[in-house]
Design a protein around this ligand. Structure first.
Ligand SMILES: Cc1ncc(COP(=O)(O)O)c(C=O)c1O
Length: 279
């Protein structure tokens, strides 16, 4: 399916239009911020929360993000060029711009979802833990590590997923040096234990504050669950009542094996996916 490309202040252009200069720091250094949203019914879902996070990310990197109205307009232009019946992924990207100074580069793309991500909603995923080699609560005290920022530097995240593939599993659950589960390279960890739906606290660990998991926990009451944040060790997840990875594009995927231990299936998966609007 064709992709859509829209430029700030310009609107939709042919999808193969050159956008970045060769010396853009977004390319040279991964120095920029982005957001990925789920497009449903021709609209980006949870746009406001994503824009809030993008402005937090930009502040952490000291990148001058264009004003919100301009970003809303850009997202709207990109989504309007996409068939409303088809779900998709909207990316908003803001790089620092050319190395010798100059304006930030801002654009939006809309693209189809990876078939594997859609299929995993039904099949679940196999997961291996892998260390991120930092203590769970170290990053907020070391702001140069950019905990909580969604930056363009995803090479480590992608390397983690390649490592997972080499191990014969679908996904990675990053762990801290002191043995706690943190997050996946592109998703938030969510688990159910004793009627409480949990996720890992972003504020104290510097993981990315996931918009999908936040929505799920805020609405957990509608499923008869309570919601809370806490640290957890992977061994504890082996006996949880359900373990999931949540993100804007995949929605919710159940973890069916963790380090070779079979989990689930949970009877809650479908209700949770429906609550999120992915089924
Ligand atoms: C590192 C990381 N954690 C969590 C998430 C999930 O965030 P969201 O639910 O806002 O898509 C993502 C999304 O790509 C991510 O990259």
């Amino acid at each position: 399916m064709a992709r859509v490309l829209a430029l700030l202040g310009v609107g939709v252009v042919p999808a193969d239009t050159p956008v970045l200069r060769a010396d853009d720091l977004g390319v040279l250094r991964g120095d920029g911020v982005f957001e990925t949203m789920h497009v449903r019914g021709g609209q980006p879902w949870l746009l406001d929360r994503h824009l809030d996070r993008m402005s937090r990310s930009a502040a952490l990197l000291a990148i001058p993000l264009p004003d919100r109205a301009a970003l809303v307009e850009l997202a709207g232009q990109a989504c309007a060029a996409w068939p409303a019946a088809d779900e998709a992924a909207l990316r908003l990207v803001c790089t620092r711009g050319p190395e010798d100074g100059g304006p930030v580069t801002v654009y939006a793309t809309v693209a189809p979802l990876a078939p594997a991500a859609v299929e995993a909603r039904h099949t679940g995923v196999s997961v291996a833990t892998a260390t991120l080699a930092v203590p769970a609560e170290a990053r907020p005290g070391a702001p140069w590590l950019l905990g909580g920022a969604k930056t363009l530097s995803y090479a480590v995240n992608m390397a983690s997923l390649r490592w997972a593939a080499e191990q014969g599993v679908n996904e990675v659950l990053w762990t801290s040096a002191d043995g706690y589960a943190l997050e996946a390279p592109t998703a938030t960890l969510v688990w159910l234990a004793g009627g409480v739906l949990y996720t890992v606290p972003a504020a104290t660990t510097g993981i990315l504050a996931g918009t999908t998991a936040a929505y799920l926990l805020e609405h957990a009451g509608e499923l008869g669950m309570r919601a809370a944040e806490r640290l957890v060790r992977p061994a504890e997840l082996h006996s949880a009542d359900g373990v999931w990875l949540a993100s804007s594009v995949r929605g919710l995927t159940e973890v069916r094996t963790l380090d070779g231990v079979a989990l689930g299936p949970s009877p809650e998966t479908e209700r949770m996916q429906k609550l999120l609007g992915y089924l």
